[in-house]
Design a protein around this ligand. Structure first.
Ligand SMILES: Nc1nc2c(ncn2[C@@H]2O[C@H](COP(=O)(O)OP(=O)(O)OP(=O)(O)O)[C@@H](O)[C@H]2O)c(=O)[nH]1
Length: 429
């Protein structure tokens, strides 16, 4: 099966059968009736009521109410409706799995549309260049590959990765005896995914590691202004909406306003924030954060840190002290050391990644502001040249704009228009 077709089957929800549409209609009516009769509850608020304030003396810990934003409220309503629909489907067809399947399809389609929207800038620039290139060539020759090389480099894919990719493309084109430049588009998309995963299996490098038996700790590192605090807020929101008990530790005691900014996010999302005063020892804040998380039986603790790059030795000392505390308090932790990089800074992000991975063991990258760049190819450069997987991507400023990185969805986002065009061509022939 063609690769574009595979992507479409994976991410685009197929046309529903008449029978399924009928069922859907029925469930929607039943769902809305029940909703009208049930009192409106705010899940974040009810959780907040269950939480207990810790009477700690030295640590300033804030218990914060959930101030739902418009999107939050909208999302919880949608979630309730979805849950309701699935429940109803299960009641009508207890032995069938239609509800679960269609929910999975919906989720995949929504992930794909988020990647499609978030990658609009990259796609517009990338596909315009690729379309222009294939339109100008009658056959796939050496000059074609040279120009393709330039297009990929201009999308920040990274020189080493581009070279590897061009070599593989040339071999593949020869092997399949492809003459028509139009057909190369699909092979490019296939190779992007192959290069991204390399020898690893997707499930080995996608998603965040967890501690199944206890407290999961994520340590966030990165320079100021890359979107670290926003990302921590978005992740806390996401984990909380998955039903997890989340707490934060304000370990960036260096930057003025960093603690207040994290507190704001804590309020917005409805999670606790452990903090000390500005200028205090970050390792001490993290220590208190762990004790607080343990006492509350929290599932996840997300730790912020300061990102001073001026002095690598200082950075290294600070991060290793924080890590030592975490390792001592929770064996096996931190479960991820996530480096946040701003996708819009291009090659600068690459050099930050190099510095941080020399200072500490970075287990994954969070690429923020991918929606703000036309050079989304940086994802491949990071993965391939630094051998660190991209775990999460920021695709916008909303609290829900954080996605687990998925190379197939990424490539779908890059080639969405071409996939649609390709289908039309197929249908015509
Ligand atoms: N478009 C877009 N904007 C983002 C994204 N992530 C963060 N931002 C914005 O980037 C700006 C900086 O983000 P912050 O979270 O304040 O920066 P920061 O890295 O926390 O700064 P430090 O606390 O000093 O590390 C804010 O205006 C965010 O809204 C994203 O994925 N897409």
């Amino acid at each position: 099966m063609s690769f574009f077709k595979k992507l479409k089957e994976k991410f685009v929800k197929g046309p529903e059968s008449e029978e399924e549409k009928e069922d859907q209609k029925l469930n929607e009516t039943e769902g809305s009736d029940e909703k009208e009769n049930s009192p409106e509850t705010d899940p974040a608020e009810s959780e907040h009521q269950e939480l207990d304030l810790q009477g700690e003396t030295e640590t300033l810990e804030t218990e914060v109410p959930a101030e739902d934003t418009e999107e939050d409220t909208l999302e919880s309503t949608v979630d309730e409706e979805d849950d309701q629909n699935v429940e109803n489907l299960e009641e009508s067809f207890p032995e069938e799995e239609i509800g679960a399947e269609s929910q999975e399809e919906d989720e995949k389609a929504s992930i794909a549309s988020k990647f499609k929207m978030g990658l609009a800038k990259t796609r517009n620039s990338f596909s315009t260049k690729i379309n222009d290139l294939v339109a100008r060539y009658r056959t796939v020759d050496e000059d074609f590959f040279e120009e393709l090389e330039e297009v990929l480099i201009s999308a920040d894919v990274g020189v080493t990765t581009v070279m590897e990719m061009i070599e593989e493309l040339e071999m593949e084109v020869k092997r399949r005896n492809v003459q028509d430049p139009q057909k190369v588009k699909e092979i490019i998309s296939e190779k992007l995914v192959e290069i991204y995963y390399g020898d690893d299996r997707a499930e080995e490098i996608e998603g965040l590691n967890e501690n199944p038996g206890g407290l999961t700790i994520y340590l966030f590192v990165g320079v100021n202004g890359v979107g670290k605090t926003t990302t921590i807020g978005k992740l806390a929101h996401r984990l909380k909406s998955e039903g997890k008990n989340v707490t934060l530790a304000a370990g960036d005691t260096f930057r003025a306003g960093a603690i207040e900014q994290l507190e704001e996010w804590g309020k917005r999302v409805g999670v606790n924030v452990t903090k000390h005063s500005e200028g205090s020892d970050p390792a001490a804040v993290i220590y208190d954060g762990i004790q607080s998380a343990k006492s509350k039986n929290a599932d996840v603790l997300i730790c912020d840190t300061a990102g001073r790059l001026q002095n690598k030795v200082n950075l290294m000392n600070e991060l290793s002290k924080v890590k030592r505390v975490i390792e001592r308090e929770v064996p096996g932790a931190p479960h991820e050391v996530l480096l946040v990089l701003d996708a819009t800074t291009g090659q600068n992000a690459m050099s930050q990644a190099k510095t941080f991975s020399e200072a500490t063991d970075v287990s994954g990258i969070v690429l923020s502001k991918l929606d703000g760049t036309a050079k989304g190819g940086i994802v491949l450069a990071i993965r391939n040249e630094l051998e660190i997987p991209v775990k999460l991507v920021g695709l916008g400023e909303k609290v829900t704009d954080l996605e687990t990185f998925d190379a197939h969805a990424f490539v779908y986002g890059l080639f969405a228009d071409m996939i649609e065009e390709y289908e039309e061509e197929e249908e015509l022939s």
